[in-house]
Write a protein that binds this ligand. Sequence first.
Ligand code: GAR
Length: 196
Amino acid sequence: MKNIAIFASGNGSNFQAIVDAIEGGKLHANLKLLVCDKPGAFVIERAKKADVPVYSFNPKQFASKTAFEEAIYEQLKKCDVDYIVLAGYMRLIGAFLLEKYPGRIINIHPSLLPAFPGKDAIAQAVSAGVKVTGVTIHFVDEGMDTGPIIAQRAVEIADGETEEEVAEKIHAIEHVFYPETLENLLNEKCWKVLES
Ligand code: GAR
């Protein structure tokens, strides 16, 4: 089984969905570490409850992005992490970690990329008046939500639906779709399906 670290900055509902999928036998992976760049974030409480070790740090206490990524890397090495899974980590991954984990950093984003990258993707979609948005899971590169796409799910926006209502639908999909896609990717099930 692959060893994973989740990087998150906020509420951590996707972190929780991955924990639950592992506990429920739907995702075969060892969750070794939560990395959090916001020491007060609720995701840290979730990790403590689930007995997942936490490395939290304040980026402002480091001289540069490379300096805090080096500190993160020390923790990842200790846990022998194979893949980094971003789940609401609201920060670009820098050259240092990209080089250490080529093709092994995955992100989830609440839109059908390349539409609506960056922050507030759900609000961007609602205010643009699109009728379909969705969820994208992709490999991370140096850009903002720009790496190669692994999988996508569409979500319809009905007339008059609010941002909160769309967010609820998107999150419900994310919580199933992310563990499923990780299971396929980490355990190479997508290739087995293609071969059969
Ligand atoms: C999720 O909707 C995720 O797709 C989004 O942040 C939310 C985190 O929620 N990520 C991005 O916007 C990345 N650009 P959570 O903390 O409850 O998992």
